[in-house]
Design a protein. Structure first.
Length: 280
């Protein structure tokens, strides 16, 4: 057997997805077409890989860190000409396929312990997005992280991550995934989420994106404080009050109460203020 004697390893956060219904919903959300080139992160024992190879995709490329699983995957899919495999850390290895070209979609049950840096690698940042965005990403994440990504302003889980991701992509839920859907079952609930990155022309211009990033870092580090306090250093009080009035926001609000669009308008207003010559 390809994976004989191999056991899930805690240091790699390995939990095998065994729920056929969830696998089907992942494939449906990916909307795989004949010209799609798929990237899978953390192929494990190949349950999702097998489904991807059964689709009409032109190529499937997997990245796997566990060398023993790499050996098993090579045996299991040795007869699949459309399959390629990269051993290594997905945060550092090239993510191009065997022919050197990029994938069009990412479909993966990602290791929960690298979710933050992996999302940044796949999507970039507001002020440094990836040059060629994927058409869509279908990711199985820890439920808590998925909720933060798609949270609405005012919800307790709304965060800087919510703002960043929603300004980079359209984010929607696909399905909940309970612990029993895995072997071994994790201690947390999970969720499949669909992320559709915005086209380059829909992204924020660089200077505006840089300002939004700066504001988010400053404000959400003290998310319980009112904006009047967290933004006190960015503008004199009178100008900050005037800008807030123009935007229809209250400086008594907290960071999690502002929508992504409002953060953009606030950043735009601050950039305009920077261009105004100070009075003599």
């Amino acid at each position: 057997m390809a994976f004989s004697g191999h056991h899930a390893r805690k240091r790699f956060a390995q939990h095998w997805l065994i729920d056929a219904a969830v696998l089907t919903q992942i494939l449906d959300a990916a909307d795989i077409q004949p010209d799609d080139r798929l990237l899978e992160v953390g192929a494990g024992r190949g349950a999702l890989t097998e489904r991807l190879l059964a689709s009409s995709a032109s190529a499937v490329h997997a990245v796997e860190l566990d060398r023993d699983l790499v050996s098993g995957l090579k045996q299991r899919f040795a007869d699949q000409a459309r399959f390629s495999l990269q051993e290594g850390d997905v945060l550092s290895v090239p993510l191009t396929l065997a022919d050197g070209r990029a994938a069009t979609k990412v479909v993966a049950n990602i290791p929960y312990n690298i979710t933050g840096p992996l999302l940044e690698r796949l999507l970039g940042r507001l002020d440094r997005p990836v040059n060629h965005p994927y058409q869509r990403l279908v990711l199985l994440l820890q439920k808590e992280v998925a909720q933060r990504i798609r949270a609405l302003p005012g919800q307790s889980c709304f965060s800087a991550l919510s703002v960043r991701l929603q300004l980079l992509a359209r984010c929607t839920t696909v399905c909940p995934v309970p612990p029993r859907s895995f072997k071994p079952p994790p201690k947390v609930h999970s969720e499949v989420i669909l992320i559709e990155p915005l086209a380059p022309e829909q992204r924020l211009e660089p200077l505006l994106a840089k300002r939004v990033e700066s504001l988010l870092r400053q404000a959400f580090l003290a998310r319980r404080k009112m904006l009047r306090n967290t933004l006190a250093k960015v503008l004199p009080a009178a100008e900050l009050n005037a800008l807030a009035d123009d935007l229809g926001i209250s400086l008594q609000q907290r960071p999690q109460e502002l929508s992504p669009a409002t953060w953009v308008e606030l950043a735009r207003g601050l950039n305009r203020a920077d261009l105004v010559d100070p009075e003599p």
